[in-house]
Write a new protein. Structure first.
Length: 397
């Protein structure tokens, strides 16, 4: 009998394993990918906007120091624009009363994954089963069972699924999830440009496309382009010079100057998911398996880390009291806290996405009004800045 079995060795699964191990438990991580892919993950185009809370958590478990300092780009300000309107709704650290420090920190997803793998591999209590598929998950009164592809059966009082927003384990456990397909795709890559970005992120809701430019060290930016799937597929196939020319034209109103492709291109469908339950007997959901956010607020990764922390805290408290770490009361406590942390933001993000993906005149007028009202009301800007920074305490336990 193992302590906890975690399905999925992505960032959330790895972080959860380290948090549990530091509380004296011996978690088992089961991951379909080979270990070589975990040890040295490839660049996937995604730049993660980490909040202060997430940075503190990564520092606490030892992952932050494994990320090269030059690869951590401070985010000083965020601007939101609509169509051809020059007005920008601006969020900065001054609105949160924090002087000149960063709103957050941009780090490439593959570097975070590599750092978390390095930490997990240094903890003897963590048993990593890489290159191993899960065929079936079942739960009983006293334990959960994982049937692996090779025939081995793992038992533990608690199993956690952290295996993507389309989690197979979640489906096998009969937990439904609401899935919202926005019928859009996202292209991500790094670009170089002549105009300086000043470490300011720009989200531009243009007509027919949404563009985010995330400032990286060295003067480059991460380009996040959302269009219809067919358009994204066409852009993915364009030769580099033709892609650069089209992006230069598409972004001319942003004053970047000529755009040069500085990385490989990657595309992802835009779909949001929210599980109807985050737990069932002897079973819990973490990361995207619980909540798969759209990237509009850049909070999906941060919410995943916070959920791992919340679950680890609930499990550790039960263990300290000599109780059952997979008991219904323990999992209810986790679910209530994580639903409170994710539900309102998930609903708001989807509402924003729905509004800004429409091109009819009422929607355009509504978008214009939302930005103007937000710009006129200082408390709103301060509240959003505080949310983006998320300086909620991470206990140093």
């Amino acid at each position: 009998m193992h302590d906890v079995v975690i399905i999925g060795a992505g960032p959330v699964g790895l972080a959860l394993a380290v948090l549990l191990a530091r509380e004296g438990l011996s978690p088992v991580l089961v991951e379909r990918q080979p270990e070589a892919a975990l040890a040295d993950p490839a660049f996937d185009g995604r730049e993660i906007a980490l909040t202060h809370h997430s940075r503190a958590l990564l520092e606490r478990i030892g992952a932050w120091d494994l990320i090269p300092a030059e690869a951590i780009s401070p985010l000083r300000q965020a601007r939101v624009l609509n169509g051809a309107d020059p007005f920008a709704l601006t969020f900065d650290t001054g609105g949160a009363g924090r002087g000149t420090e960063a709103l957050g920190f941009l780090v490439a997803n593959h570097l975070i994954r590599r750092a978390l793998y390095g930490v997990a591999r240094s903890v003897p209590a963590i048993d990593l089963r890489a290159g191993t598929a899960v065929e079936r998950v079942a739960t009983g009164p006293a334990a959960a069972e994982l049937h692996l592809a090779g025939g081995e059966v793992l038992q533990a009082p608690l199993t956690v699924a952290a295996d993507t927003r389309f989690s197979q384990a979640r489906k096998q456990m009969g937990i439904a999830a609401s899935v919202r397909d926005f019928r859009r795709s996202m292209l991500v890559c790094r670009v170089e440009h002549t105009a300086p970005h000043g470490h300011v992120a720009t989200e531009w809701f243009d007509y027919g496309q949404t563009v985010a430019l995330l400032p990286l060290n060295g003067g480059a930016s991460s380009l996040v382009l959302t269009r219809a799937p067919g358009e994204i597929a066409r852009l993915m196939e364009l030769p580099p010079l033709a892609f650069e020319a089209e992006m230069t034209r598409a972004l001319r109103r942003r004053g970047l100057g000529p755009v040069r492709l500085a990385s490989t291109r990657h595309s992802y469908p835009l779909a949001a998911t929210y599980a109807r339950h985050f737990a069932s007997p002897r079973f819990a959901l973490a990361g995207d398996a619980a909540v798969g956010m759209l990237p509009i607020t850049a909070h999906g990764f941060n919410l995943g880390l916070r959920g791992a922390e919340t679950l680890a805290d609930a499990v550790a408290e039960a263990r300290r009291r000599g109780g059952d770490i997979g008991a219904p009361a323990v999992l209810r406590r986790f679910e209530a806290a994580h639903r409170l942390a994710t539900g309102p933001l998930y609903a708001a993000t989807n509402a924003i996405a729905a509004l800004y993906s429409r091109e009819d005149l009422p929607a355009r007028l509504a978008r214009h009004a939302v930005l103007r009202v937000g710009g006129a009301l200082s408390p709103i800007r301060q509240a959003v800045s505080a949310m983006l920074m998320d300086r909620g305490a991470t206990p140093g336990r």
